[in-house]
Design a protein around this ligand. Structure first.
Ligand code: SAM
Length: 280
């Protein structure tokens, strides 16, 4: 018999957590959620969901795999505070989903907090896309706890001037305060992935106002600044600005003319950005 499911499954990043103690620690990292709405991304077979449902005020779990979503719905059919959405998390409009005022969850409305929390042992093939999608809805969430590939966790949490610091670090740290909590070996999952996995806790606290920059424009600037890792910031910015303008902005910000984007703190990057023409 031809197995039509396995190639698709492999693509969905389905490595299920089997270490129950680790599952508890991950849910613990969300803090007291008894009054909170928690969104779980990719609940899979429910390794984290079981604990979450016991503790949280309300849970919305988003699972792409139709069969798993059906199984979860069946498993939690007696839990009125649990809702399973079948679909691609990248297509979810959290503004709409979290702020519904009609529908079957109406009776649970008093439990809806100011902001929701987000939990997920993420499918590793779309970790960055999921994070960027969540950041678009940053005003809907206050805490994020995710498990990702260790190398990606290191990039998200990296400090400026270190090898791992790049666009993903800068973007994540613009929206959140990142803490790396702990790392699990491949043996904690079935099937075991080829990589280690790390848990991150992120407090959502966007820094745009404090840095005096407009969010969309500053992120576009960072994309340009980090476009070619080997190039200096000056060379990367030449795509859009005259050399004289860039040199003047670097000087005004107190940055060296040959600096690379990865060496600059967010404060310094913002100072360069603000000193460029039309970026006030
Ligand atoms: N939370 C479970 C656990 O810890 O055992 C499963 C984690 S597994 C690494 C990732 C889960 O995300 C899988 O169940 C997979 O089907 C689901 N998934 C993959 N792509 C998705 C997407 N685009 N949207 C929502 N869920 C997705």
């Amino acid at each position: 018999m031809v197995n039509l499911r396995s190639p698709k499954k492999a693509k969905l990043g389905q490595n299920f957590l089997t270490d129950r103690k680790a599952a508890e620690r991950i849910v613990d990292a969300l803090g007291d959620v008894s009054q909170s709405l928690v969104v779980e991304v990719g609940p899979g077979r429910g390794a984290l969901t079981d604990t979450l449902v016991q503790r949280a005020g309300r849970v919305i779990a988003i699972e792409f795999d139709r069969m798993l979503a059906t199984e979860l719905r069946f498993k939690y059919s007696r839990e009125p505070k649990m809702e399973v959405l079948e679909g691609d998390v990248l297509a979810i409009d959290f503004g709409t989903v979290l702020n519904r005022t009609i529908g079957p969850l109406n009776d649970l409305r008093p439990l809806k907090p100011e902001r929701a929390r987000l939990l997920g042992n993420l499918p590793y093939y779309i970790t960055s896309d999921i994070l960027l999608h969540i950041f678009k809805f940053h005003d809907q969430f206050d805490w994020i706890v995710i498990m990702v590939q260790r190398e990606v966790a290191d990039r998200i949490a990296a400090k400026p001037g270190t090898r791992d610091y790049g666009l993903l670090s800068a973007t994540a740290q613009l929206y959140t305060h990142v803490e790396k909590l702990f790392t699990l070996p491949p043996g904690a999952f079935a099937p075991p992935p080829k990589v280690h996995s790390s848990v991150l806790r992120m407090k959502v606290a966007p820094r745009f106002d404090e840095l005096g920059v407009a969010a969309d424009e500053f992120i576009e600037f960072l994309k340009m600044a980090f476009a070619m890792k080997r190039k200096t910031l000056l060379n990367n910015l030449k795509k859009q600005y005259a050399e004289g303008q860039i040199r003047a902005a670097l000087k005004q910000a107190g940055a060296r003319a040959d600096v690379r984007a990865e060496a600059l703190s967010l404060e310094k990057s913002a100072a360069v950005f603000r000193a460029l023409p039309g970026m006030h």
